[in-house]
Design a protein around this ligand. Structure first.
Ligand code: DO4
Ligand code: MG
Length: 287
C-alpha cells in the first residue's frame, strides 16, 4: 500500500492511500491520537489502520489533481554513505586525503551514518532542491529511504535525494556537514510504500534523470541488489544509543554518481524513480 500527504485544490492538507491513478482520502478523526501520516506509519499495522480510516464520505480524487507533499512529519532525517561500490570509488577519487577512509568504511562492520536534515529543510515533490552558492561541483544522490518507527522498526520505503556538494566534501572530510546539510538540501517523496511482502532487492531499480532545458544531460541506473548493507543492519546501527521519539527517515546511500565533470545548474530538473514507489522530481535552484 502507498500512503501520501496531499494538498487538495481548496488548500486542505490530507493523508491518503494512493490507489492507481486515484487518492483515497483518510479520515484520521476516527481514531484517537491519530493525527498525522507518521501516526499511521508508526502504528503496529499501518495497512490495516489505513484501510479502516478510508473516508466513506469522500470520493476518490484523481492523483494528478492534487499536490503531493513530502511524506515527513517531525522525523529526524539521517543518511548512510558508501553503501554501494560506485559511491566508494567516486569518493576515493574526489578526496585524495580521505581516500582510505572511504575504502575502509565500505567494508567495515560499522556503516557511515550522518545527520542529513530536519523536516523544515526537506523539499517535497516538485519543490526546489538547492545547490549551495559556494559550491561549483554538486550532484543529486538518489537513495532508497527507510521509514523508521520510534520503536526502531522498518515501516516502509520512500525516495530521497541527498543533495551533495562534492567539492566541499572533497576538500576536507571534516566539511561533510556543510556539504550535506543546508536549506533545501534534501527531497523526499512522493509517497511511502508499506510493502505487504519483502522487497525483491535485485528487481527494485533506482533510476536518475537530470534534464537541462529539453535535454537529458545525465541518466543513470542501479538496483538495490548492488547495496552492500541490510536495511535492518543500518537501522540497528542508527538506533545504537539513540532514540527517535518522533521516528526517523534513513537515506540508504547512492549507487549512482554522475561523471566527475558534471555539476548541477540552476534550472535543472532531477527525477528519481524507484520501482514500486514512484518518481520524485525536483527543480534545482542556485543563487
Ligand atoms: O561520505 C560521504 C557521503 C556518502 C554518501 O552520501 C553516499 O554514499 O550516498
Ligand atoms: Mg548520499
Amino acid at each position: 500500500m502507498k500512503l501520501a500527504k496531499v494538498l487538495l485544490a481548496d488548500d486542505e492538507r490530507r493523508v491518503g492511500v494512493v490507489d492507481g491513478r486515484d487518492v483515497l482520502l483518510l479520515d484520521l478523526s476516527q481514531v484517537e491520537n491519530c493525527r498525522t501520516l507518521a501516526d499511521i506509519l508508526h502504528a503496529p499495522d499501518p495497512v490495516g489502520l489505513a484501510k479502516f480510516l478510508i473516508d466513506p464520505n469522500s470520493s476518490p480524487i484523481a492523483a494528478d489533481s492534487v499536490k503531493f507533499l513530502a511524506p515527513v512529519d517531525s522525523q529526524e532525517i539521517w543518511a548512510a554513505g558508501v553503501t554501494y561500490k560506485r559511491s566508494q570509488v567516486a569518493r576515493m577519487e574526489e578526496s585524495e586525503s580521505a581516500a582510505s577512509n572511504y575504502d575502509k568504511v565500505y567494508t567495515a562492520d560499522r556503516p557511515e551514518l550522518f545527520f542529513k536534515a530536519t523536516a523544515s529543510r526537506v523539499s517535497g515533490p516538485n519543490e526546489p532542491v538547492r545547490v549551495r552558492r559556494d559550491s561549483d561541483w554538486s550532484v543529486p544522490e538518489p537513495e532508497l529511504t527507510l521509514v523508521v518507527t520510534p520503536d526502531k522498526k522498518l515501516a516502509g520505503f520512500t525516495i530521497g535525494n541527498d543533495m551533495s556538494a562534492r567539492d566541499i566534501e572533497g576538500e576536507n572530510p571534516l566539511y561533510l556537514p556543510q556539504a550535506k546539510f543546508y536549506r533545501q538540501c534534501c527531497a523526499i517523496g512522493p509517497c511511502v510504500l508499506v510493502p505487504e511482502e519483502p522487497l525483491d532487492r535485485k528487481a527494485t531499480k533506482i533510476t536518475l534523470h537530470i534534464q537541462r532545458g529539453k535535454k537529458v544531460v545525465f541518466r543513470g541506473e542501479t538496483d538495490l541488489g548492488q547495496m552492500v548493507r541490510e536495511f535492518t543492519d543500518l537501522i540497528s546501527w542508527l538506533s545504537r544509543e539513540n532514540d527517535f521519539p518522533k521516528g526517523a527517515m534513513l537515506l540508504t546511500g547512492t549507487g549512482i554518481v554522475p561523471p566527475d565533470d558534471f555539476t548541477l545548474e540552476n534550472g535543472d530538473s532531477v527525477a528519481i524513480e524507484i520501482t514500486g514507489i514512484g518518481t520524485l522530481t525536483n527543480p534545482v535552484v542556485k543563487d
